[in-house]
Design a protein around this ligand. Structure first.
Ligand code: 13P
Ligand code: SF4
Length: 314
């Protein structure tokens, strides 16, 4: 067995003491993913959280993910290593602005439903008809929003545009974006493609259109993993998504080579919000049973929207 550092050993000890299950998003550092009981994308983690039988969930991800786990499991204690681990998409869509915009649309007799990306606050979820992740968005847009309705899609304009193109549905797009996926450098990607002519480019639909146009495959996090799984021969992949994703790809399919696509302003493309969670903070939140996600009034409505959107696959 591998020798664990002191902090990791302490975490495993605390896990037993507390009766805790550790969930980690693929965008966490490898050392955190290595300790987790379950790793996944937003959709998988939301669903897996409902199957946990321990009383405590330690959520290694960002606030909206831990809130989702709490809403779907009200009786459990949900701990988040750093409450400040936010998301630029959540920040782009304040609930009061959304509510005002919905009122304007209604006053203009627009027949619409609101579909929000899970990367949003609980208040925004409570104002929505459906919640989607990159994993179920196409299905919800195609099959759950009744025909004849426009879709107000919030807050990710890039994912919204991509879904609009994929499904042909009429959409009103909110002006939000992911600070990580938005800044991939087209110039660098073109250069990488020239240097690695056989490489396969995979990209998350949170990327702008000019990146997706250069990609061989676009899809949410689990979809990208599934796509890579279809390559049997050693292959080079150019990866236009959060850099820690390559940890999981390397772990599962070590026969391939993975090259991150650089960003315009930084070469690494790690999410600074996800990066707030460190092994030390994971340990401390377990030691202190804090920060804990406490029930908020808006969770009552938001959890209904979440449950019918994510837990009832057709
Ligand atoms: P998924 O986990 O749904 O692919 O979302 C990506 C993301 O940016 C999470 O913050
Ligand atoms: Fe938000 Fe983007 Fe970070 Fe995901 S990667 S938490 S969408 S800022």
């Amino acid at each position: 067995a591998p020798v664990l550092d002191d902090v990791s050993a302490e975490i495993l000890d605390l896990k037993k003491q507390l009766g805790a299950t550790i969930l980690a998003h693929y965008y966490q550092e490898g050392e955190i993913q290595a300790l987790a009981d379950i790793t996944g994308d937003s959709l998988k983690l939301a669903r897996e959280a409902t199957k946990v039988d321990s009383p405590v969930i330690v959520f290694c991800g960002v606030l909206f993910m831990a809130e989702t786990a709490k809403m779907l499991n009200p009786a459990k204690t949900v701990l988040l290593p750093d409450l400040k681990a936010g998301c630029s998409l959540v920040d782009a869509c304040p609930a009061d602005k959304l509510e005002h915009y919905q009122e304007v649309l209604r006053a203009n007799d627009r027949k619409f439903q609101t579909v929000c990306y899970i990367n949003s606050s609980a208040k925004v979820k409570a104002l929505s008809d459906w919640v989607v992740t990159s994993g179920n968005a196409e299905d919800v847009v195609r099959n759950k929003v009744p025909p004849g309705y426009e879709i107000l899609f919030v807050p990710d304009k890039h994912l919204g545009r991509y879904l609009q193109e994929l499904t042909g549905r009429d959409m009103i797009l909110w002006d939000g974006s992911c600070m990580v996926h938005e800044i991939f450098s087209v110039v660098d990607l073109i250069k990488q493609k020239k240097e690695h002519p056989k490489a396969v480019t995979i990209a998350h639909p949170e990327c702008p259109q000019n990146i997706l146009q250069l990609a061989d495959f676009a899809g949410g996090t689990e979809a990208m993993i599934k796509h890579v799984a279809t390559y049997k021969e050693p292959t080079e992949f150019l990866v236009a998504t959060e850099a820690n994703m390559m940890w999981e790809l390397e772990r599962r399919y070590p026969q391939h080579a993975y090259l991150g696509v650089p960003g315009i302003t930084c070469s690494c493309n790690k999410c600074p919000h996800m990066a707030r969670n460190t092994l030390e903070k994971v340990r401390d939140c377990m030691k202190n049973r804090s920060p804990e996600i406490l029930w908020q009034p808006e969770f009552d409505k938001a959890k209904e929207v979440l449950a019918r959107s994510l837990l009832n696959p057709p």
